[in-house]
Each structure stands twice: as structure tokens, then as C-alpha cells.
Design a protein around this ligand. Structure first.
Ligand code: GA4
Length: 320
């Protein structure tokens, strides 16, 4: 096994400017079981690219079980966790994000979950089982949200879901653990970025730290709510909708000394490598120009993994 952790001290990790964000702006909330859910989902994706989903149907017991198992995993000695560090970018990682020098005050597990099964045989069996059960449930929410998005855009119900949840699709789960940082305040946990995929579904424990950027550039703290799921529009969905939905910039500030650690679990719905990504023809109005040149998910992912976290990864694909 190859250890993916690079030597890194607190001095390498940037502080977040204005780490508290703008506290009075609210994050849209959508009750996924309400009659007007499709329109509300589309509104939130247009305005912010992010929303809090309630009544999502994932049993609390699944998330609690995963939280307990993941907590036990991260509590193991570093040497034991490094046993699970496989080839980049998958496996266990500490402080280093991706392979281009991004660092944050966190440790994580990043796993492929194509068709819902967790591809990480070396993990403790109980953690793997909890991940699998939770992923199956949250993947279903991701699929349902994609159906609501499609409906809200006036598309065929399956138009987006079938881009992501098919044989060979590139789905990931990431478990992020942000311990309280004893050395400084306002330390970057996960630097600002957009997600490259179509959709991301996040759940966290009671510790805050996640912030999203509004269109006007203000950073807004997302109040932690373990009973809700948080949905992100990814870069690929921005392209599929020809910019109607916008991928949301987000970041995480590590907990200050004395606070509880933050644990979050994110499902990333990405297409199969050969899937063509371009504005959906059925969405384009007469005479509407495509804002992006077409690419495949494989091509986009390869390019994305060469970038730094905060880069605008869509810029090279924008048409003049
Ligand atoms: C951001 C979203 C997901 O966490 C991720 C990240 C990936 C990684 O950690 O390996 C990347 C990052 C993410 C985008 C730019 C590249 C790749 C780190 C990085 C610097 C798993 C993903 O798919 O893209």
C-alpha cells in the first residue's frame, strides 16, 4: 500500500478570510415530499445551486450507524489508517487533497461506489457494511432529486437520473473528518471549490463549518442539521442545463479548539466515463446557443484532477 499523506504542518494550511461568513442569509429548504417540490428544487438550483432537503426518507439509524463506525475508524492510530491508503485519489487521506498541493485540516476516506457497492475490500467489515447501507439509501435520494430537477426544468423525468445512475457510472462517497484545530482559529478544513460531478448529497453531524457562496459573492454559513440532507449542483449539471442551474462554490472551516469535530458524508453522482456532457438539446430554446463545447465525463474528470481545488474547471470548456 502507498501512503498518500504528505508531510504537512498547520503552517501549510491557509486561514479562511472572514471565517464566520454572513450569518443572516438563509439557505433554501425544500420538502422533498411536498406537492410543489419539483418547482422549489429548480428555483433553488437556479438561484443558489444548493438547498437543504427535508423529508428525504433516509432513516436516521443508517446515518447514525455510519457516523459511529466512521468515528471509530478515524479514532484508530494513523499507522493503522494508512493501511487503507491506496493509490491516489481513492482510500484514506490526511491533510492532503488531490495531488496538486491542496491541503486542509481534515482526514478522509474517498471510495468508489459504482452501482451502490463500496469498492474498498480492505476497510473494517462493519464500516464497509454501514457505508453500503447508507450509500444505497442516499443514492436513492440523489436519484429522486435528479428526477425533481428534470421535472422542474420541464424535461422527461428520467432525463438527468439516467446520466448518473447507470451501469459503469462514476459514483463516489467521501467521509470527511475535521478534528478541532488546537493551533489556530478559522483554519481551512476543505478549501473553496465546486464539485465536478452532476449532483452531490451531503449529510453532517451537529458541528458546523460548511459555507456556500451566493451569486453576489457572499459566503453563507450552513447551519448544521443532521436530520436534513444538503444538495449541491455540480459543474456537469451546470453544463447539462446550459447554465440554468449553477454549480455552487463551497468550503469548510475547521472547528476551533474545544469544539466537537465535524464529520460529513457526501455522495457524488458522476456519469460513466464515456457519457457525453453538453447542454441537453430538449432544453435549448429556439436560437439558444450552447455555452459550452461538448466533452465526455472521462475527459472532464481527467482535466479536473490536474487542477487546483479553487480553479474554475469549466473555463476551458466555455464557448466564446
Ligand atoms: C472536489 C469534489 C470531490 O471531493 C472530489 C475531489 C477531488 C479529490 O479529492 O481527489 C479533487 C476535487 C474534487 C476537484 C479538483 C481536484 C480533484 C481534488 C482536486 C484538487 C473527490 C472530486 O471529484 O473533485
Amino acid at each position: 500500500m502507498v501512503a498518500i499523506t504528505v508531510p504537512c504542518t498547520i503552517d501549510h494550511i491557509p486561514r479562511v478570510k472572514c471565517p464566520k461568513g454572513t450569518a443572516n442569509a438563509t439557505v433554501p429548504t425544500v420538502d422533498l415530499s411536498a406537492p410543489g417540490a419539483a418547482a422549489a428544487v429548480a428555483d433553488a438550483c437556479r438561484a443558489v445551486g444548493f438547498f437543504r432537503a427535508t423529508n428525504h426518507g433516509v432513516p436516521a439509524a443508517l446515518a447514525d450507524a455510519l457516523e459511529a463506525r466512521a468515528g471509530a475508524f478515524f479514532a484508530m492510530p494513523l499507522a493503522d489508517k494508512l493501511e487503507h491508503a491506496s493509490a491516489r485519489p481513492l482510500g484514506y487521506g490526511s491533510k492532503s487533497i488531490g495531488s496538486n498541493g491542496d491541503v486542509g485540516w481534515l482526514e478522509y476516506l474517498l471510495l468508489a461506489v459504482g452501482s451502490g457497492s463500496v469498492q474498498a475490500s480492505s476497510l473494517p467489515q462493519s464500516l464497509r457494511a454501514a457505508l453500503e447501507e447508507y450509500t444505497a439509501a442516499v443514492r436513492e435520494v440523489g436519484g429522486r432529486v435528479l428526477e425533481l430537477m428534470a421535472e422542474g426544468l420541464g424535461l422527461d423525468r428520467g432525463a438527468l437520473r439516467r446520466m448518473v445512475q447507470v451501469a459503469g457510472s462514476d459514483e463516489l462517497v467521501r467521509v470527511n473528518h475535521y478534528p478541532a484545530c488546537p493551533l489556530a482559529s478559522g483554519v481551512t478544513g476543505f478549501g473553496e471549490h465546486t464539485d465536478p460531478q452532476v449532483v452531490s448529497v451531503l449529510r453532517s453531524n451537529r458541528t458546523g463549518g460548511l459555507q456556500i457562496m451566493l451569486r453576489d459573492g457572499r459566503w453563507v454559513p450552513v447551519a448544521p442539521d443532521p436530520t436534513s440532507l444538503f444538495i449541491n449542483v455540480g459543474d456537469s449539471l451546470q453544463v447539462l442545463t446550459n447554465g440554468r442551474f449553477r454549480s455552487v462554490k463551497h468550503r469548510v472551516v475547521a472547528p476551533d479548539a474545544g469544539k466537537h469535530s465535524r464529520l460529513s458524508v457526501i455522495y457524488f453522482g458522476g456519469p460513466a466515463p464515456s457519457q457525453r456532457i453538453g447542454p441537453l438539446p430538449e432544453l435549448l430554446r429556439d436560437g439558444e446557443q450552447s455555452l459550452y463545447r461538448d466533452f465526455t465525463w472521462g475527459e472532464y474528470k481527467k482535466a479536473a484532477y490536474k487542477t487546483r481545488l479553487g480553479d474554475n474547471r469549466l473555463a476551458p470548456f466555455e464557448l466564446p
